[in-house]
Design a protein around this ligand. Structure first.
Ligand SMILES: CC(C)(COP(=O)(O)OP(=O)(O)OC[C@H]1O[C@@H](n2cnc3c(N)ncnc32)[C@H](O)[C@@H]1OP(=O)(O)O)[C@@H](O)C(=O)NCCC(=O)NCCS
Length: 178
């Protein structure tokens, strides 16, 4: 789906072929790739181009992805949804130069506002590898609750890693203090 969202500080827009170079630059960083399940390491420009070719404009709404575009800096990271066994899953990453400024909290908040409204979904699922305190802090802050533990293959580490599974219901999202 072709959606653009405006947050107070930046825009979330559909991925485009021109994102390949910064995607490759920021994902070829073990501090980023090692916290994600499906990103190989090292990560090459060809990986970014191959992934971008899968981002066709007619994808179902549950497969919507956004590039985070900061004024002045351009592409900074990504937030997106995909379909999991239980329901929609949200995932996200930010290039390391942009960490620690509340950018992902702002991006995930806008994405969830849009997603619940656009899909009528009751629940969005997510989670973090057990060592990912920053991502867990974002999810705790936004109302996600822990549902259990599992193991998930981390491509960059080439290993199964303990994963904290989380979920956020639409009811909790609507009731949160803004
Ligand atoms: C995780 C990630 C998205 C965070 O992006 P960000 O824009 O820096 O996040 P924010 O600034 O919005 O929020 C981070 C929160 O984590 C907290 N935090 C950061 N490091 C922390 C740590 N080591 N322990 C506990 N909390 C931590 C921050 O204080 C902040 O919470 P606050 O706003 O309540 O102070 C970014 O570091 C990243 O892309 N990491 C690699 C990929 C990844 O982990 N993706 C998520 C996979 S589940």
């Amino acid at each position: 789906m072709n959606v653009t969202l405006r947050t107070p500080r930046f825009i979330l827009r559909p991925a485009q072929l021109g994102d390949a170079e910064p995607i490759a630059r920021y994902l070829n960083d073990f501090e980023v790739a090692g916290n994600l399940a499906r990103v190989p390491f090292p990560y090459h420009l060809s990986d970014a181009k191959a992934w971008l070719r899968t981002r066709r404009p007619n994808l179902p709404v549950e497969e919507t992805n956004f590039s985070i575009e900061l004024p002045g800096a351009g592409f900074a990271g990504h937030v997106g949804f995909h379909r999991g066994a239980q329901g929609p899953i949200i995932g996200y990453w930010l290039g390391q130069p942009f960490w620690g400024r509340g950018i992902m909290t702002e991006a995930v908040t806008a994405s969830l506002d849009w997603f619940f409204e656009a899909t009528g979904a009751d629940t969005v699922y997510s989670g973090v590898f057990h060592f990912n305190a920053a991502s867990l802090a974002i999810q705790n802050k936004l109302g996600f609750t822990q549902t259990g533990r599992s193991t998930l293959l981390c491509l960059a580490r080439g290993a199964e890693v303990e994963h904290i599974d989380t979920k956020l219901t639409h009811g909790v999202w609507k009731a949160r203090e803004k």
